[in-house]
Design a protein around this ligand. Structure first.
Ligand code: ARG
Length: 591
C-alpha cells in the first residue's frame, strides 16, 4: 500500500504551495510547521524567509495566506505575533486522514526511504556470571530498537556480544578439571536443568575457584597454564570451556524467556567468535600506522584522551605479552559487521560507563577506514539503574541485585494488582497469572524505556506497577478498556464519519493519533524509544479524557456519532497495541 500522508504533511504541502505562489522567487522555502497549543499547527518559517528577503514578515505572512486557495483541509489561518501562522484544520480533514490510516495494516507508518542494514549489539551478559540490571537495560532498549527499526523497513542483524573469553576461564576450567562434578546436574538423565540451577552451579564454582586462585599459588600457576592451553586451542580445554558457555546459555535463555524476549542462538556471537580475526586486525592496524608499538604493546593514541597525569591514554589493541583484550575483539567485530554483514549502521546498546572505550574504538576504526561516510557507528549509551536512595542499585549487603529476583518481584506485585480487579472483569486464574506476567514484565520494560536512555533512573517497583501515572499498566488498562467497549457495542461497528463536527476531546485525540507515523520515524532515526513511550502515554491520557467526555455506549449517542467514536476507539486501540509491541510490551485483551 502506498504511504498514507499524515495531516501534518498535507498541511505542510498546502503551506509550501502558498509560499511559492506568493513568492515565486523564494525557491522551495520550508514553512517550518510545528504542533501548537494555540491552534492545531503553527508555521514559523516565514520569519526567516522575510529576514532573508528583507521584507516585513507580517505582510509576507498575509500574502501567503491569501495565496492559499479555499480548500477543505485548512479551516483557519491566522497571522499572529511577528509573523507566525496559526493553523486550524477542519474536522473533516482529521477524520478523513485517520480513516485512510485505519485502512492500512501499518497504520500509515511508511517504510523509510533510506533503509539500510543495522547491526545491533545488545543483550550481552557474561559467561559464568550473574546478569545484573545493566544487562537488563541493554536487553530492553536493544530489543525495542530492533522492533522499531525493523518496522521502518531497516534490515536488522542482532548480535549478542557475550563475554565468553578471557583469562578468568583458565581458573574456571582448571578448577573444573580438579573438581569434575561441579557442573553436574541434579536432574535425572535427560531432564532439562533450570536456569536457576545452572546459574547457582556456575556461581558456586566461580566463587570457589576465585578463592583458590587468590590463596593457592600452585593453583594460580596451573590456572595460568590453562589459559595458555585455551588460547592454543587445546581440544580438551576447549571442550571444558564450551561447557561453561552452554551452562551459562541455559541461564541466559531462562532470563530472556522471563523477559518475554526472543533471543536466537544464531545471533549469540560472543567475544570468542572473533578470535580468528584478532591477529589480522592487529596486523592491519600496525601496518597502516593507525596503531604503534609502545613499551611492547600495540597502541592507538588520541590527542584528546589523557589520563589524570596528563599523559595520553592509549587504546591497547595487543598487550605486551601478546594477549588480546576487549578492544581487539571489538575492532575485529567491526570488521566482521561491516565487511561480512554489510552493515551501514552499527548500534551498540551499552552502559555509558563504556563510552570512552567506544569513542576510542570507533575513532580507530575510522582511521583504519572501516567506518566512513557510508558506515556509521553509534553507542546508544544508557545510564545507571539507581536504588530508591539514588545510589547505584545494590542489595542491603552491598551486592549487585540479581536480575531474576527483580523480575520475580515485579511479577508478584503486578499479579496482586491484576488480582484486585480480576473479579470485576471475570478473569480466570490462568488469565490472572498470565496478565500478572505481562503487567509485571511490561512495567520493568516500560520504566526502562520511558526516560531517555542516557539518564539514570530509579528502580522503584511501587511506582512501576501504579495504575495512575506514566506506567505501562496505565496504558495496558486503557487498551483493555477499549476492548471492553467493543464487547458492549452490540451491533454498532466502527465507521468514520467525516461529516460530523468533533468535540474538543475527539479533536485532541484525533490530532494525536495522526502523529503516530512521525513518532515511530523519530524514534527510529534518533535511536530514541522513549519518544514512542511518551507518545503512547499521551495517547492513553487523551483517550481517558475522551472516554470521560464523549459517551460511546451510554448515554447512547446518535448512530453516526457512536460509529465515529467507535472508530476513534478502534484506531486508538490498534495504535496502542502496535506501539507497545514495538516496545516489547504485551497488551492483554482483558485486564
Ligand atoms: N559483556 C559486556 C558487559 O557485560 C558488554 C558488551 C558490549 N558490547 C561490545 N561489543 N563490547 O559489560
Amino acid at each position: 500500500m502506498a504511504s498514507v500522508p499524515s495531516l501534518a504533511s498535507t498541511v505542510q504541502q498546502r503551506l509550501a504551495d502558498g509560499l511559492s505562489a506568493a513568492l515565486p522567487d523564494a525557491g522551495s522555502a520550508d514553512p517550518l510547521l510545528r504542533r501548537s497549543d494555540r491552534a492545531d499547527f503553527q508555521a514559523n518559517g516565514i520569519l526567516a524567509l522575510a529576514k532573508q528577503l528583507k521584507g516585513n514578515p507580517r505582510e509576507l505572512a498575509t500574502k501567503v495566506v491569501e495565496a492559499i486557495p479555499a480548500n477543505d483541509v485548512l479551516k483557519e489561518i491566522e497571522v499572529s505575533g511577528p509573523g507566525f501562522l496559526n493553523i486550524t484544520v477542519t474536522d473533516r480533514a482529521i477524520v478523513e486522514t485517520l480513516a485512510a490510516r485505519a485502512a492500512d495494516a501499518r497504520l500509515g507508518v511508511p517504510f523509510s526511504e533510506s533503509a539500510g542494514t543495522t547491526v545491533i549489539d545488545y543483550a550481552q551478559p557474561n559467561v559464568a556470571k550473574e546478569m545484573h540490571v545493566g544487562h537488563l537495560r541493554s536487553a530492553v532498549i536493544g530489543a525495542a530498537m530492533v522492533e522499531i527499526l525493523e518496522f521502518t523497513g531497516e534490515t536488522v542483524v542482532r548480535r549478542h556480544h557475550i563475554g565468553d573469553w578471557g583469562t578468568q576461564f583458565g581458573m574456571l576450567i582448571q578448577y573444573l578439571i580438579e573438581h569434575p562434578h561441579e557442573l553436574d546436574h541434579k536432574a535425572e538423565d535427560g531432564a532439562e536443568v533450570s536456569g536457576e540451577e545452572a546459574m547457582s552451579n556456575l556461581n558456586r564454582l566461580y566463587k570457589a575457584s576465585r578463592a583458590l586462585f587468590d590463596s593457592d599459588e600452585e593453583f594460580k600457576t596451573r590456572a595460568r597454564g590453562r589459559v595458555v592451553d585455551l588460547q592454543a586451542g587445546d581440544e580438551e580445554t576447549l571442550a571444558l570451556w564450551q561447557r561453561f558457555v552452554d551452562e551459562s546459555k541455559i541461564y541466559f535463555y531462562s532470563v530472556f524467556d522471563k523477559l518475554d524476549m526472543d533471543i536466537r542462538d544464531g545471533d549469540v556471537v560472543g567475544e570468542s567468535g572473533y578470535n580468528d580475526m584478532l591477529t589480522e586486525t592487529c596486523r592491519i592496524l600496525e601496518e597502516s600506522g593507525v596503531a604503534v608499538r609502545s613499551e611492547g604493546a600495540l597502541c592507538v593514541f588520541f590527542d584528546d584522551v589523557k589520563g589524570p597525569d596528563g599523559n595520553p591514554t592509549p587504546l591497547i589493541v595487543q598487550k605486551s605479552d601478546g594477549g588480546f583484550g576487549y578492544a581487539a575483539t571489538d575492532l575485529s567485530a567491526i570488521r566482521d559487521r561491516v565487511q561480512n554483514l554489510k552493515a551501514t549502521s552499527l548500534l551498540y546498546v551499552v552502559d555509558a560507563r563504556q563510552s570512552l572505550h567506544f569513542k576510542m574504538v570507533f575513532e580507530t576504526a575510522r582511521r583504519a577506514g572501516w567506518l566512513n561516510d557510508e558506515v556509521k557507528a553509534v553507542q546508544l549509551a544508557f545510564g545507571t539503574v539507581l536504588g530508591k536512595d539514588g545510589k547505584p542499585f545494590k542489595t542491603r549487603e552491598g551486592e549487585t541485585v540479581r536480575l531474576v529476583d527483580l523480575l520475580d518481584e515485579a511479577v508478584d506485585r503486578a499479579t496482586a494488582v491484576v488480582r484486585e480487579k480480576a473479579e470485576k472483569v471475570g478473569l480466570s486464574e490462568t488469565e490472572i497469572v498470565e496478565n500478572g506476567q505481562y503487567v509485571g514484565i511490561g512495567a520493568v520494560k516500560y520504566a526502562d524505556l520511558s526516560t531517555s536512555a542516557a539518564r539514570d533512573y530509579k528502580f522503584d517497583l511501587d511506582q512501576m506497577v501504579s495504575l495512575n501515572g506514566d506506567t505501562s499498566v496505565y496504558l495496558q488498562y486503557a487498551y483493555a478498556r477499549i476492548k471492553s467497549i467493543f464487547g458492549k457495542a452490540g451491533d454498532r461497528t466502527p465507521a468514520a464519519h467525516p461529516e460530523l463536527e468533533l468535540a474538543p476531546a475527539e479533536r485532541a485525540l484525533g490530532l494525536h493519533l495522526d502523529r503516530f507515523a512521525e513518532t515511530v520515524s523519530e524514534a527510529a532515526t534518533e535511536y530514541a524509544p522513549h519518544k514512542l513511550t511518551a507518545y503512547l502515554y499521551q495517547l492513553a491520557s487523551l483517550y481517558t479524557t475522551f472516554y470521560d467526555q464523549c459517551p460511546v455506549i451510554k448515554p447512547e449517542p446518535a448512530q453516526e456519532v457512536a460509529e465515529n467514536r467507535l472508530f476513534l476507539c478502534d484506531l486508538t486501540a490498534r495504535t496502542l497495541h502496535q506501539g507497545m509491541a514495538l516496545l516489547g510490551i504485551r497488551t492483554p485483551e482483558r485486564l
